[in-house]
Design a protein around this ligand. Structure first.
Ligand SMILES: *Cc1c(COP(=O)(O)O)cnc(C)c1O
Length: 403
């Protein structure tokens, strides 16, 4: 019989960490969840307290924009689960990634940006960063250690997103980080880790310095808030990011931070179902005659599978199918009469989504030669059998509508 002590904290499992991270009921009259601080002004009773606030403005309540117990609860929970040193909350995923890029780049610097990046990340680089004199060079997501040949003395940031937006290429993150840092020790590696969430990929143990989450997606998980977070691997990196966020006025609203914190509590359960349903749909759809191929890195045989299996603890519910070339009217016969899937941006909520996309228009370093129509699918939390019935009927309609 065991009467041994429970394991020490660092070994506690992800579901346990999610249930307890960022909470301290004893500080809040025993309330299970931290209260939501609606605040701008913080009042100081004495000159000493005011001076203390000024000297410690990132670590005490000082002014609403710089941090509150609500933002700290969310940030510390994300950092604990993802394995970072400390995180900085932002008003959206886009706010998080643009703040992180601005924190480490200045005029004359060279940025290596992955060619399969989220579209608005590219738009930010090609407009704002270029306007401020940063040279942006796109690279092949599958480059691996070959990144070393692109590193220059002025390279300051290498940016990753894995798997890639819409096209799901899995990057060899440890190889890229190691090669980039041996060629240029001062380089900062930033990664968009939204697809895997803080649970299924641990960026800091693979060499990444700064991890971005569009918390809008799986962390919030219910399609009801915009939220971002920048998780940093060490104190120096965190200070750089926090200072930049402060200068940009980047801060998240208290209710949205609370929804992010609430979403974290069920993240493990939700992701497990997204993983299962996504794979089930992907496997079945591969057998429909309208489908040319399925892109899902957690399926054996997929290009990204070996790296996914090596580095990830699970898959989320987002993947793509490529249809045989199809006229717009036939595509509409598929998309416009679905019962459970709706068309819309974002993903990661409880609801299933579908979105046709054109990756060719978002690439410059590599080519997207696929002639078929790509459709991105988010498997929500509905019964997977119902989801498959809906998609299958839609694809049958598409086949019938073909000329
Ligand atoms: C949605 C998304 C973002 C941006 O997040 P918002 O909260 O919508 O601003 C960034 N990166 C990826 C990979 C995304 O899918």
């Amino acid at each position: 019989m065991s009467d041994s002590n429970p394991p020490a904290e660092p070994s506690r499992g992800p579901a346990t960490a999610l249930a307890h991270a960022g909470r301290s009921p004893a500080d809040h009259h025993g309330a299970v969840n931290p209260p939501v601080y609606h605040v701008s002004t913080i009042l100081f009773e004495t000159l000493d307290e005011l001076d203390h606030g000024i000297a410690n403005k990132f670590d005490t309540v000082y002014y609403g924009r710089l941090g509150t117990p609500t933002s700290w609860a969310f940030e510390s929970a994300v950092a604990e689960i993802e394995g970072g040193y400390r995180a900085v909350a932002a008003a959206s995923g886009q706010g998080a990634l643009s703040t992180a890029l601005l924190a480490f780049l200045q005029a004359g610097d060279h940025l290596l940006m992955v060619d399969s990046a989220y579209g608005p990340t590219r738009f930010f680089c090609d407009s704002t960063l270029k306007r401020f004199g940063v040279e942006v060079e796109y690279y092949d997501p599958r480059i691996g250690a070959g990144i070393r040949d692109l590193i220059r003395p002025e390279t300051r940031v290498v940016y990753l997103e894995s798997p890639g937006s819409m096209t799901f290429e899995v990057q060899d993150v440890p190889a890229i980080c190691a090669a980039a840092k041996s060629a240029q020790p001062g380089v900062t590696v930033i990664m968009d880790n939204t697809w895997a969430s803080p649970l299924y990929f641990k960026p800091f143990s693979h060499g990444v310095d700064v991890s971005i989450q569009a918390a809008t997606k799986y962390v919030v998980g219910h399609a009801d808030a915009m939220l971002g977070v920048i998780d940093c691997g060490d104190e120096k990196t965190w200070k750089t990011v926090k200072t930049q966020a402060t200068h940009l006025g980047e801060c998240a609203g208290p209710n949205d931070l609370y929804l992010g914190l609430r979403g974290l509590r069920t993240l493990e359960l939700r992701l497990a179902q997204h993983h299962k349903s996504g794979l089930q749909l992907a496997d079945a759809l591969a057998g429909h005659p309208a489908v040319k191929r399925v892109i899902h890195p957690a399926r054996p045989g997929d290009d990204g599978y070996p790296l996914w299996q090596r580095d990830f603890a699970g898959a989320s519910g987002l993947f793509a199918i490529v249809l045989h070339p199809v006229e717009r009217a036939a595509l509409a016969a598929f998309t416009d009469h679905l019962q459970l899937f709706s068309m819309g941006f974002s993903w990661g909520g409880f609801e299933s989504l579908i979105l046709p996309g054109d990756p060719a228009s978002l690439r410059t370093a590599t080519r997207w030669d696929e002639d078929g129509q790509l459709v991105r699918i988010h498997a929500g939390l509905e019964d997977p059998g119902d989801l498959l019935t809906d998609l299958w009927a839609g694809l049958d309609r598409l086949q019938q509508a073909r000329a």
